[in-house]
Design a protein. Structure first.
Length: 94
């Protein structure tokens, strides 16, 4: 007699490109997933980073957003400098 093998409960794997991968990105402040209304995905970069002339990466798919994030560059515009909490120099121990 074969006993039914007890399987570990399968966690639902969000394979269809989880937006969490973008949220977890170190340069991303927040993400707006608007694929539901064909507006793609908007990834807002953290202060101090820019992509081309904006602080937002906007693409249709998660893969594209992640690829774009690799091209993000440090930004020192006024907005970023104001927004950065570490903008004021840290006191160093002597
Ligand atoms: Zn900036």
């Amino acid at each position: 007699m074969l006993k039914p093998i007890k399987l570990f409960p399968l966690k639902p794997i969000t394979v269809r490109g989880s937006v969490d991968r973008i949220r977890a990105h170190k340069l991303v402040e927040s993400v707006s997933d608007e694929r539901g209304c064909d507006q793609g995905i908007w990834a807002y970069l953290k202060p101090g980073w820019r992509f081309e002339d904006t602080h937002i990466v906007h693409e249709d798919t998660i893969t594209q957003v992640l690829a774009r994030l690799k091209e993000a560059e440090p930004c020192a515009c006024m907005d970023c400098r104001k927004a950065r909490p570490d903008h004021q120099s840290r006191k160093e121990h002597s």
